[in-house]
Write a protein of this length. Structure first.
Lengths: 137, 568
């Protein structure tokens, strides 16, 4: 009740959207790869609604396992990393400091990140609905 | 009520906590993480687990220090085959920030090579430049020679496939048909004759001259026909008899069929040199296998599918290369030293690696090693290697010379009937490996001195054969040459051992075969004789029965003719 009261009365649309998006990124990426750790730290430090992104992460991770989304994300990552036109872009990214530690060169990391991006409209719709139906403070 | 902002700006406490955890990880957990990571990468290279007793990552430098690296033997993972006491690696920050490992300077010391162990038998899972031999004629011959029932003739079932048996069966069938035809003809004639006889008896009662003449004529005709039939039966019988005589001509074919069924070992032993050479060659070019199938693919990765972990697909890692991008792994300089002055078994080693990188297309790698390992009884090892893929042209070379190394328990044959091979010997090795473009050439010259053989057999004769053949041979030369497409080398082997074994086996097997052939021929001859006798007896019996029947009938007709003639 306290959580509901908290988001319903005080949380903005963007806070809910960010919590959902972060949660989905955490849930999609394979366990304990560098990007997931960075995303987790950023979420712990900056994000509000910790229960929302944690629950989303758990749910999305479960859905990924239940509906076998790993192959889909892997294929998306493989497609992008093998795409000849993007080879120069990936090389430039590999040259930059720190960025290679995100392990963008891993097909699962890139595929899950992309799937998270593609789900922004869906999460925006969910966040907008949650916000709209919440009681006015 | 004031709505809070998008970001939790009072994060300082959380920030401190998180960074506190980060620092705690660096001071408490990073060394363990680095240790596990290096163990994982080296295990992938080694093909068997690699363990590190202690690893330290120091931010100053940065540098990594490793202690007691133990490399397990891929063919026998329960034992170590190599150890390095201490490794010190100086790293480059610029590369580390880009998740790449550039080792600017490094040294390794206290290397221990454990005594060489025999390789496991050929395994399809373990890739090798040496293909397993296509045949195992030595094992087949030894199995044959050690089998006490090797000279027993095959059972009667096998003899049903020989040509003479099939021909006898066909002749029996033909005789059946012939006898049936004779019987039918005789029966038809007898029926007519009986009608004639009945008619003649009736005519005698009527006493008609004209009628008697007609009947007499018909009886004469019947007698003539019976004579003809008897002649035909005799002629047909002679035809079948002549066919029975031809069964003897099938005798050589019978022997051939029986010999094929017995599956005697081939006397040519064309693949014997390969059978003997492949195992030893695989053992001595193990280092070329490691170079070709482990080191180069391990370094030169473009894509690598990661194994699943924690129930999740871990994906595929891609490695990008560019002019200003350091290689994923680059050992600019590695000095390997070890001095055997403690008697602990560490060998004398001086080695140097320069520019060993995951991008041999940019930096050609050179490796040199001079070593002696007293514990492993290996002296004066000299290794020179190069990996150069500049300009997209492969030019990989490896030259290995070993002045002396021990050979133990090298089995050429290991079957329940026979274990034969080298128990121990002292060997020298000259190995050259050259890979250019997509073709590879491997030359291995292996000389074994002070050879003592192991010949353990359940059968005494075979033990004697190998003892007699091998005991004078105390020095062996095994040469192997492989060339062709990289993953499909065509090997030629030469060895004084194979020549000697071949002639010994050919001699003893030829003698065995000659005796065996004689016994087969004798049995085949006996069987043909029996078959002929049985056929002839049956033919005579059947023919006689038919002729007897004809004779009886003819006598009766003769009697009738005489009685009619007297009356007239």
């Amino acid at each position: 009740m306290a959580i509901k009261a908290r988001y319903s009365s005080r949380s903005s649309f963007l806070q809910i959207l960010l919590a959902l998006l972060w949660g989905s990124w955490l849930g999609f990426t394979p366990t304990w790869l560098t990007l997931q750790v960075i995303v987790l730290f950023l979420a712990l430090i900056f994000l509000r609604l910790p229960w929302v992104w944690m629950a989303t992460s758990f749910a999305v991770s479960w859905v990924t396992g239940a509906f076998l989304l790993d192959p889909l994300m892997n294929e998306m990552g493989l497609f992008l990393l093998r795409f000849p036109g993007l080879n120069h872009f990936w090389t430039e990214m590999a040259k930059a400091p720190i960025i290679p530690w995100t392990q963008f060169n891993n097909s699962m990391v890139l595929g899950s990140f992309l799937l998270g991006i593609l789900m922004i409209p869906f999460w925006a719709y969910v966040a907008w609905n949650v916000r709209r139906r919440a009681p006015v403070a | 009520m004031k709505r809070p902002g998008l970001i939790r700006w009072n994060f300082f406490v959380y920030f401190v906590v998180i960074f506190g955890l980060g620092f705690a990880y660096i001071f408490l957990g990073l060394d363990g993480h680095v240790k596990r990571l290096i163990e994982h990468k080296l295990s992938a290279f080694n093909g068997a687990p690699v363990t590190i007793e202690h690893a330290t990552f120091k931010l100053s430098g940065p540098r990594i220090e490793l202690e007691k690296l133990e490399f397990k033997d891929p063919s026998h993972p329960e034992r170590n085959h190599f150890e390095i006491g201490k490794v010190h690696l100086e790293l480059e920050w610029q590369a580390l920030l880009r998740n790449r490992l550039v080792i600017t300077d490094s040294f390794a010391s206290n290397a221990i090579l454990y005594p060489l162990q025999p390789l496991a038998p050929f395994d399809a899972q373990i890739k090798s430049l040496v293909a397993p031999p296509k045949s195992n004629s030595l094992a087949s011959a030894s199995d044959f020679l050690s089998n006490p029932s090797r000279t027993q003739l095959p059972s009667d079932d096998v003899w049903t496939a020989v040509p003479s048996f099939q021909a006898t069966k066909a002749l029996n069938s033909e005789l059946d048909t012939q006898v049936a035809a004779w019987t039918k003809q005789v029966d038809a004639l007898l029926e007519t004759d009986h009608q004639q006889i009945d008619a003649s008896k009736a005519a005698q009662t009527q006493d008609s001259e004209a009628q008697n003449r007609i009947i007499l004529g018909q009886l004469e005709k019947s007698r003539l026909e019976l004579n003809q039939l008897q002649a035909q039966v005799k002629a047909d019988g002679n035809v079948i008899l002549s066919k029975v005589e031809t069964l003897t001509e099938l005798l050589p074919h019978d022997v051939t069929v029986i010999r094929q069924g017995v599956k005697l070992p081939n006397l040519e032993f064309n693949q014997l040199a390969a059978e003997l050479g492949a195992q030893q060659t695989r053992a001595v070019i193990d280092i070329a296998d490691s170079f070709h199938y482990r080191l180069i693919p391990w370094l030169e990765k473009k894509e690598q599918a990661l194994a699943d972990a924690h129930g999740r697909n871990q994906g595929t890692e891609f490695y990008f290369s560019g002019r200003l991008l350091p290689p994923r792994l680059w050992i600019k300089k590695l000095e390997l030293t070890s001095k055997d002055n403690t008697g602990s078994g560490a060998g004398d080693v001086i080695g140097r690696i320069s520019d060993l990188s995951s991008e041999p297309s940019e930096q050609p790698a050179h490796m040199s090693l001079q070593a002696s390992f007293s514990k492993a009884e290996i002296s004066n090892v000299q290794l020179e290697a190069q990996i150069d893929h500049r300009g997209g042209l492969v030019d990989d070379r490896l030259a290995l010379n070993v002045a002396s190394f021990p050979v133990r328990d090298l089995d050429f044959v290991n079957t329940p009937a026979l274990r034969m091979g080298i128990e121990q010997a002292t060997a020298t090795l000259n190995l050259e490996y050259l890979a250019q473009k997509d073709s590879t050439v491997v030359n291995a010259h292996n000389k074994l001195d002070k050879v003592s053989y192991r010949i353990e057999s359940t059968g005494e004769p075979i033990k004697k054969v190998f003892d007699d053949a091998l005991s004078p041979l105390t020095s062996l030369e095994l040469d192997a040459n492989g060339q062709g497409k990289t993953d499909n080398l065509q090997w030629t082997y030469t060895s004084n051992l194979s020549d000697r074994l071949r002639s010994a086996l050919q001699q003893v097997l030829s003698q065995e075969y000659a005796e065996f052939n004689a016994r087969i021929r004798e049995r085949a001859d006996q069987k043909v004789r029996d078959a002929k006798k049985a056929m002839e007896t049956r033919l005579v019996t059947e023919s006689d029965a038919v002729q007897q029947k004809i004779a009886v009938e003819r006598d009766e007709i003769q009697t009738m003719i005489e009685s009619i003639t007297k009356k007239k």
